[in-house]
Design a protein around this ligand. Structure first.
Ligand SMILES: [Zn+2]
Length: 448
C-alpha cells in the first residue's frame, strides 16, 4: 500500500468484522493488537516506527550496488515447538500433520509450494523467497532431546468463550488447562487446541502475537522475547495439509503460514480497516496493492483504485483471507520485514539453527573455540584456535545486511578477547580466515 496512515479509531474487534459483510473471520490478529494496546497504548505508533526504519533500510539496500535485496543469501532457521492440548482423541492430532505443516511452511517461505503457479503475472516479479525456514526443535529447554511436540491433556473442552469466537489465552497458561511456553526467546511456540464454541457463529482458526519491544521503543517496554504469550495458536482442525477434520478452504495448511506472517511482524494486506474507510488504512507495506477489505475469493477484485500504478487486490498473498486455492506468496517487502523482525525483534530465535552461504573451506583437525554464545552481559567474545605451531588469523563479524562490523587479527594458541560492546542486540555471523584469506570457520553469534 501507499502510506502509513493507520487510523486508530478504525480498530475493529474480530467480532465487529464478523458482523460486516466480510469473509468469515479466521484470524484473531486484531484481537491480539487490542489486547496489547491495553498495556502498551502506543503499540501501533511504535509498530509504524519500526516499519519505517525497516523499509528505509530496505530502500537503502535496494538502491545500493547490492541491487535486488533478494540476492541476499542468508538463511534463518527457527526452532519450533508444537504444544498439543487435547480433551479428546480428535484434538490430539497425529504427528504426521505437524510434520507436513512444517514442510508446507518451509515451502511457502521459499516460494516453493506447488501453488506458486497461482501467482498472476502482474505479481510474479515481487513474489519473494523469504529464506526463513522452520524446524521442529530437537533439544528442549533443559538440553534434552525432544521431538519438538508436547502433548498435554486439558480438562477444557474449548478455549473459545462464546459463540462469536471470543477466546481466552488459557492455552498458554500451565495450570489453567494450557501449557506454559518454552523460552520464547529461543523457540517459536505453537499451541494447538480447540477454538470452537458449541453452535458457534464466529470462530478464530488461529492467532499470533505480533512482535513488541522494537529497539526504538520506550525503555519501559519489555521485549516479547520474554513474554510467555509470544507465539502462535492454531485450531486443531486447520493444522497440517489435508487434515481430515479441516473445513473446506482450510486443507492446505495456509492458516499457519498466515499466522507466522503476523508473528514475524506482518499485518493483513487490507490493513484491517472497514469497508467504508478501508482504502485509507494501510498495512505499512509498499508493494502490496491497496485493498479495502479482506478477500474471501481468488483474483479479480480491485477494491481500491489508486491514482497511479493501480493494481488489483493481491488475493495470492498469505496475509489476505482467501487462503486455500489462492494464497501462494509473500512480497519482497514483506519478506524484508519478516527478516528484519527476526534479526532485530526476535533475535534469539534462529541462534542455534542459523545457516548461511558464506563459502567455507574447513581445515581438518583445527580446534576452534568461540564463546560465550550468546555473548551476554560482559559483551566480550573470546576466541581460541589450538594447533601445534602458532600463527596469525583474522576474525570478522558481519551483520545481517552484510556489513562488516568488527575485524580483528589474533594468534592461535592464545585466548583472545573480542570487544563487542558496540554491537546492538542482534544476530551476527562470524568468520575466521587464515593468512591466505581462506575462510575455514563460520558461526552465528548473538549479542544479548
Ligand atoms: Zn491474520
Amino acid at each position: 500500500m501507499k502510506n502509513f496512515n493507520i487510523c486508530f479509531s478504525l480498530l475493529l474487534s474480530v467480532f465487529n468484522l464478523n458482523a460486516q459483510n466480510t469473509p468469515h473471520e479466521i484470524c484473531g490478529y486484531q484481537h491480539e493488537v487490542e489486547r496489547i494496546m491495553k498495556s502498551k497504548p502506543n503499540f501501533l505508533k511504535w509498530q509504524e516506527a519500526w516499519f519505517r526504519e525497516a523499509l528505509d533500510k530496505y530502500n537503502e539496500l535496494q538502491s545500493s550496488k547490492r541491487g535486488d535485496i533478494t540476492a541476499d543469501t542468508l538463511y534463518f532457521e527457527i526452532p519450533v515447538v508444537f504444544h498439543i492440548l487435547y480433551n479428546n482423541n480428535a484434538e490430539n492430532i497425529n504427528d504426521s500433520l505437524i510434520h507436513n505443516q512444517i514442510v508446507e511452511l518451509n515451502r511457502a517461505f521459499r516460494k516453493m509450494t506447488k501453488d506458486t503457479s497461482r501467482i498472476r503475472n502482474i505479481f510474479k516479479p515481487i513474489a519473494a523467497d523469504v529464506r526463513i525456514q522452520f524446524k521442529l526443535a530437537t533439544i528442549d529447554e533443559n538440553g534434552n532431546p525432544t521431538s519438538g511436540i508436547t502433548r498435554t491433556f486439558t480438562t477444557r473442552t474449548t478455549f473459545a468463550t462464546n459463540i462469536y469466537g471470543s477466546y481466552s489465552n488459557n492455552m498458554k497458561v500451565g495450570g489453567s488447562g494450557g501449557k506454559t511456553a518454552w523460552n520464547p526467546a529461543r523457540y517459536m511456540n505453537v499451541w494447538v487446541c480447540d477454538m470452537e464454541f458449541p453452535n458457534y457463529i464466529g470462530i478464530v482458526y488461529g492467532f499470533a502475537t505480533p512482535p513488541t519491544g522494537a529497539p526504538n521503543w520506550d525503555n519501559s517496554i519489555t521485549k516479547d522475547t520474554s513474554d510467555l504469550e509470544s507465539g502462535i495458536v492454531l485450531h486443531y482442525k486447520v493444522v497440517g495439509v489435508k487434515n481430515p477434520l479441516a473445513p473446506s478452504k482450510y486443507v492446505e495448511g495456509k492458516t499457519a503460514v498466515h499466522e507466522v506472517g503476523h508473528y514475524l511482524g506482518l499485518r493483513h494486506v487490507w490493513g484491517d480497516g472497514n469497508s467504508a474507510n478501508g482504502c485509507l488504512v494501510d498495512d505499512g507495506i509498499f508493494d502490496t496493492p491497496n485493498a479495502r477489505v479482506a478477500n474471501a475469493t481468488c483474483g479479480g477484485q480491485n477494491t481500491c483504485v489508486d491514482a497511479s500504478n493501480d493494481k488489483p487486490d493481491m488475493t495470492e498473498n498469505y496475509m489476505d483471507y482467501a487462503l486455500d486455492g489462492c494464497a501462494a506468496m509473500y512480497t519482497k517487502e514483506q519478506a524484508f520485514i519478516m527478516r528484519y523482525v527476526l534479526n532485530n525483534l526476535r533475535p534469539g530465535l534462529p541462534y542455534r539453527e542459523i545457516v548461511f552461504d558464506t563459502a567455507v573451506a574447513p581445515i581438518e583437525g583445527l580446534q576452534v573455540n568461540v564463546y560465550p554464545n550468546p555473548i551476554g552481559g560482559s559483551k566480550t567474545l573470546k576466541v581460541k584456535i589450538t594447533e601445534a605451531v602458532s600463527q596469525p588469523y583474522t576474525l570478522n563479524i558481519i551483520d545481517m545486511s552484510g556489513k562488516q562490523v568488527i575485524t580483528q587479527n589474533f594468534m592461535s594458541n592464545v585466548v583472545t578477547p573480542v570487544e563487542a560492546a558496540e554491537l546492538a542486540n542482534a544476530v551476527y555471523y562470524l568468520t575466521i580466515s587464515n593468512q591466505s584469506g581462506r575462510i575455514f570457520y563460520k558461526k552465528a553469534i548473538i549479542t544479548q
